[in-house]
Design a protein. Structure first.
Length: 360
């Protein structure tokens, strides 16, 4: 009898321990997000393309929660965006600071009523001080050391590239209308109506520039396709678009087809940067469309796969070529040709999200 009681107690305590473990361990990310009545009600962790299902993502729970995605502002299909609705989003490290000044000045010049959110990817104290007077610019902290993948990178460039979508996501909590600009981008005119029209007609995401002639296939490490399956022969057709600058209108459709996957991929190095060699050199010995160049363009590779899959490889649905009078040009050096406008009283107050990155 005593033996039987001992066995029973043992079974009961085993069972109790498991209940406690189940209560304590973080629930599956999607289950957790489903609690919020929001866009995340269809949260998925495996990307599918034409019947092929990718490897499962395991996004870091605490980090994802800190992004406050459930508070994201969404645009609905009947949105009616104006030029002034867009928030420009930028980020730079200290050795791209001077280059970024021309980007800021060109935005101030062409879009004097728009807000610029600028993330500090390790600026110096002096640089930060200088920025407090820049008109329309809100400086935000972004402590990259808190990124779960921070120590997995051997090189800075692929790490910065992976962080781009995280910076964008932090701003989507405040507004659905965003334009990303790298430090090298110079805006040349002040009319976004053609881009807005293309976004509205085709799918809420518009890229402004393409690379020299090569495909996404040529510059994408094959490991990325394990997470994000695609059609590899189709992938050899369109020219690779650049993530240097793009317009994003965050409708549920663009979020579920592109932004969500881009974001969770960015938190898994084997998806966004399985290969840290970002130097892609097309050359005469290689067919730049059908051969792999052995390099990887990180966020740019990932977003090209996602948008081309979504739009069935029809690039005119997400890329606007304005050959005569382009919206932007790219200058990859410290030019400091333009003067950043200074304001004593900043019109734009900061409303930082309460997360451990992205605060002022
Ligand atoms: C989907 O896959 C099937 C079978 O592999 C193929 O025949 C079809 O062309 C594919 N469709 C698209 C849109 O890629
Ligand atoms: C779409 O959004 C606009 C502006 O936020 C709002 O006025 C409108 O009622 C919304 N339409 C629908 C169908 O939800
Ligand atoms: C920031 O820059 C300083 C100076 O170059 C460097 O010592 C430090 O490691 C950098 N921090 C990060 C997080 O990269
Ligand atoms: C690949 O691109 C480079 C640079 O644009 C060009 O010089 C080369 O001729 C291209 N290769 C082929 C086979 O077309
Ligand atoms: C590609 O998209 C454009 C713009 O929507 C459309 O006019 C064109 O017919 C499409 N091309 C194909 C081959 O579907």
């Amino acid at each position: 009898m005593a033996r039987l009681i001992r066995v029973c107690l043992c079974v009961i305590s085993f069972w109790l321990v498991h209940i406690v473990i189940d209560l304590v361990k973080p629930r599956n990310l999607c289950e957790k997000f489903i609690q919020y009545e929001s866009l995340l009600d269809t949260c998925q962790l495996q990307y599918g393309y034409n019947g092929t299902i990718g490897r499962q993502f395991r996004p870091p729970f605490d980090f994802m929660t800190s992004l406050n995605l459930h508070r994201m502002k969404l645009a609905n299909e009947s949105y009616n965006a104006k030029d002034t609705d867009f928030t420009f989003v930028m980020a730079a490290s200290r050795n791209h600071f001077e280059q970024s000044m021309d980007a800021v000045a060109s935005i101030q010049e062409n879009f004097p009523d728009n807000r610029i959110v600028y993330f500090d990817w390790n600026l110096s104290k002096l640089q930060r001080e200088q920025m407090t007077k820049w008109c329309n610019v809100e400086l935000r902290d972004f402590d990259m050391k808190l990124l779960p993948t921070y120590h997995e990178y051997a090189h800075k460039i692929p790490r910065y590239q992976s962080m781009k979508i995280q910076a964008v996501a932090l701003v989507l909590v405040e507004t659905p209308y965003v334009i990303w600009a790298d430090a090298s981008v110079r805006f040349l005119k002040s009319d976004l109506r053609p881009q807005i029209a293309l976004a509205k007609q085709n799918g809420d995401l518009v890229f402004f520039t393409r690379t020299e002639i090569h495909s996404t296939f040529a510059v994408t490490d094959p490991n990325t396709y394990e997470f994000l399956p695609t059609d590899l022969s189709q992938q050899q057709r369109p020219i690779h678009v650049q993530s240097t600058s793009f317009m994003l209108i965050n409708t549920p459709e663009v979020f579920h087809n592109v932004i969500w996957w881009w974001l969770i991929c960015s938190l898994d190095k084997s998806c966004i940067a399985p290969n840290e060699n970002t130097h892609c050199f097309p050359n005469t010995a290689i067919n730049n469309m059908t051969e792999y160049l052995g390099c990887h363009r990180c966020d740019q590779s990932v977003v090209n796969v996602l948008v081309s899959n979504w739009f069935n490889f029809n690039q005119s649905r997400y890329f606007l070529s304005e050959v005569e009078r382009p919206l932007i040009k790219i200058e990859r050096f410290k030019s400091m040709k333009l003067a950043v406008k200074q304001c004593e009283d900043q019109e734009f107050a900061s409303h930082p999200p309460d997360s451990y990155i992205g605060t002022r």
